[in-house]
Design a protein around this ligand. Structure first.
Ligand code: ATP
Length: 275
């Protein structure tokens, strides 16, 4: 029997290397049998890939991003750092679908055990990407926690099924961020700084994004709340893929799987965080 660990596939497969799912496993294994009935668990994985991304704001000749390429494996933590004005936020906005790149692509690529792509690249629709902006609490609009988390849910009658689906995800999202004990009628503005960030994260987690982007998640918090949010990100990294832009390298460095420096002129280079 030949057994190797798989990285990221949740399905079990069987018989002559077909991809017919038999049943799901809680872990990320893919099990296949070949003609002599020996069983193998194969390693495959997926990466969010940015390829040769360029961005000039419409109507200008300013090259804010210049041939930016990187790959972030699923369920890992990517960090982008670099000096102010180098183009980090602009990159996040393109990844979240808020602006369109001038050229280049943003895709999800699945790879086989031997490292070769095993499917055509998939585009990533904006609804599969969550983004938490810098100081997200400034954008809170509602008087209660419940209204805040349900603010963008469809209100029409036809949206009932979607609302039911979102409601079943809500409890899990609140549990992930540790807000499950907070009363629904609590005023979001009365929460502490760290809990406001948890709320902003929960709002994005309800949709279970494939990629969660965070712009300066620790900015403006005291030391305790910073440690608290960093601890939460460590937990979330087990559930989804995180891409973070931050100047707070000391707190986030222990979480980092991949990191890049954005240099002047919108050039991205893979580099360890300088500590
Ligand atoms: N629509 C636009 N038109 C012209 N210039 C722009 C536009 N959008 C961004 N810029 C410029 O592009 C550069 C990169 O901005 P961006 O906000 O992405 O930098 P940043 O690395 O995120 O900075 P910070 O760390 O301060 O947030 C800045 O010089 C900014 O002024």
């Amino acid at each position: 029997m030949e057994v190797s660990m798989a990285a990221h596939s949740p399905l079990i497969h069987h018989s002559n290397f077909t991809s017919t799912p038999l049943y799901s496993l809680p872990t990320n294994f893919k099990l296949k049998s070949c003609k002599n009935q020996s069983l193998r668990i194969l390693c495959d994985h997926s990466c969010f890939e940015v390829r040769k991304l360029c961005y000039k704001p419409p109507g200008t000749q300013l090259n804010i991003l210049n041939d930016v390429s990187f790959c972030l494996p699923q369920k890992s933590f990517g960090l982008i750092f670099g000096r102010s004005g180098s183009g980090k936020t602009t990159l996040l906005q393109l990844l979240a679908g808020l602006n369109k790149p001038t050229s280049g692509s943003i895709i999800l690529q699945r790879y086989a055990e031997d490292g070769s792509p095993n499917q055509p690249p998939e585009s990533i629709p904006p609804q599969r990407v969550g983004i938490v902006f810098q100081f997200p609490e400034r954008y809170f609009l509602a008087d209660t926690l419940l209204e805040e988390v349900t603010f963008a849910w469809p209100k029409q009658k036809g949206g009932l099924q979607i609302r039911e689906h979102l409601a079943s995800n809500l409890a899990r999202a609140l549990n992930w961020v540790g807000l499950d004990g907070v009363p629904f009628d609590k005023d979001p503005q009365s929460l502490s700084g760290g809990y406001k960030r948890r709320l902003a994260l929960a709002i994005q987690l309800i949709q279970v994004p494939e990629l969660l982007i965070l712009d300066e998640p620790l900015a403006g918090l005291d030391w305790k709340a910073r440690a608290d949010v960093a601890k939460l990100l460590k937990i979330l990294k087990k559930e989804l893929t995180l891409l973070v832009v931050s100047h707070d390298l000391k707190e986030l460095a222990p979480l980092v799987d991949r990191s890049w420096r954005m240099e002047g002129g919108g050039v991205l280079k893979e580099e360890l965080p300088p500590l």
